[in-house]
Write a protein that binds this ligand. Structure first.
Ligand SMILES: Cc1cc2nc3c(=O)[nH]c(=O)nc-3n(C[C@H](O)[C@H](O)[C@H](O)COP(=O)(O)OP(=O)(O)OC[C@H]3O[C@@H](n4cnc5c(N)ncnc54)[C@H](O)[C@@H]3O)c2cc1C
Length: 383
């Protein structure tokens, strides 16, 4: 069986790793000109299902490395004012496994065949079976199955399910990271807490590696090359529609909302790493009607993009990858047909994927400044 995976995000790479581990030929095609062509290094909170899914897609010999580059995090769920005084609580603490997306992506890339500068433009279904993927700047590729793991703007979805389109919530999201120095140790009470300002909330989360990822790889799996990054604080602010003048940088947008805030909080934003700070739009994709199963399918944000306030987009993409991997292994080993395997995957994925989008949207008002009155009712799961 030959599988073409479109998109080198977490979902596509996890699937390709899982298939490679089972001896199934899988190649990945990525639109970006290089693997680290743009900002991708934010912290993710994985739940037990998402973490187990990525673990199962990776070779067992890398499990000790995976365990070394994550951190168990507990969010206190305090509400603090901009001077860092506690003004409320948001219920019981929650826990999860925290991982840096860029570090995880490097681990997932190891040993895979990934073609960069390969933007898919469409595909055709030849009369003699299989699927032929077409690209902007490279020759077409034929496979038995094409998997669109190409994110919220998926070109594969554009052909397979053209009526399923992203919705822009209008809410903007500024995210960044700042090296975790002694200066910010005093903010520890604020990690996992909500700092409630006048119409905005700032969310902080620490990423503390058990061992710096590069060193952990050198010791535990020398064939894996991980980025040389240290501990950091991830900060995030959600802005209402039109809440950020277009000419401001990500950092300036946040600082413009922090007049009179505690100097440590302002310093945290001022000292952010500009290459890893960005303004994003919150767009969602709700899975619509199912298509007739065939040699093309979708996974991850391509078919169920959630709001980051749900903290479940990566978890769900990884769950898809693991489920599809298992279905395809069954087909490869002759226990079912390829189309039966894809159908089984899609039936399950549509159910939990739609639920993931719904629950992430339910949590959005607790973060969006337009709904400040609901602040006390919830606390999303942003990693
Ligand atoms: C700030 C932020 C914080 C988040 N925090 C969490 C969290 O704590 N927990 C959690 O579970 N989720 C979280 N998420 C969501 C999570 O990051 C995404 O849901 C997840 O990365 C989706 O993975 P994916 O593989 O489906 O798509 P993506 O990671 O978007 O990958 C898609 C890939 O396809 C490529 N591509 C696009 N078009 C084409 C094309 N035409 N041809 C070839 N390649 C193409 C893209 O360049 C990209 O590399 C967060 C998201 C954000 C933005």
């Amino acid at each position: 069986m030959r599988v073409s995976v479109i998109g080198a995000g977490l979902g596509g790479l996890a699937l390709a790793q899982g298939l490679r581990g089972a001896g199934i030929a899988a190649e990945v095609y990525e639109r970006d000109p290089g693997i680290v062509a743009r900002f991708q290094g934010y912290r993710l909170m994985l739940d037990p299902i998402g973490f187990q899914a990525v673990r199962d897609c990776l070779p067992a010999r890398w499990h000790p490395l995976l365990d070394e580059i994550v951190m168990e995090a507990s969010a206190e769920q305090l509400i603090l004012d901009p001077q860092l005084n506690e003004i409320g609580r948001l219920g019981a603490a929650r826990t999860g496994i925290v991982v840096d997306r860029q570090v995880l992506r490097h681990l997932l890339l190891t040993g895979l065949t990934v073609h960069t500068d390969a933007a898919l433009t469409g595909y055709e279904l030849p009369a003699d079976g299989g699927v032929q993927a077409q690209f902007a700047r490279r020759d077409p590729v034929t496979a038995d199955l094409l998997v669109g793991a190409d994110g919220v703007t998926s070109a594969v979805r554009g052909v397979l399910s053209p009526h399923t389109v992203p919705t822009d919530t209008g809410v903007r999201f500024v995210i960044g990271r700042t090296p975790l120095t002694d200066e910010f140790a005093g903010l520890s009470k604020a990690y996992g807490s909500k700092i409630a300002g006048d119409g905005v909330s700032l969310l902080l989360g620490a990423m503390c590696f058990r061992t710096p990822p590069k060193h952990a790889a050198e010791r535990l799996a020398p064939e894996v090359e991980l980025p040389d990054i240290g501990d950091y604080v991830r900060w995030a602010m959600i802005l209402p529609p039109n809440g950020s003048p277009a000419d401001l940088t990500a950092q300036e947008s946040v600082l413009s909302r922090m007049d009179g805030w505690h100097p440590q909080l302002r310093a945290l934003i001022e000292q952010a790493d500009p290459d890893n700070s960005t303004l994003l739009s919150i767009r969602v994709v709700e899975p619509g009607a199912r298509w007739a199963s065939g040699p093309v399918t979708l996974l991850g944000d391509a078919i169920h993009a959630t709001s980051p306030t749900g903290g479940n987009g990566a978890n769900t993409a990884l769950r898809d990858a693991d489920l599809l991997r298992r279905c395809l292994i069954d087909a490869d080993e002759g226990r079912r047909t390829l189309l039966g395997a894809v159908d089984d995957y899609e039936r399950q994925m549509f159910g939990y994927g739609a639920e993931a989008v719904r629950s992430s949207l339910e949590k959005l008002p607790a973060f969006a400044p337009v709904a400040v009155t609901e602040v006390d009712q919830g606390f999303g799961r942003l990693g």
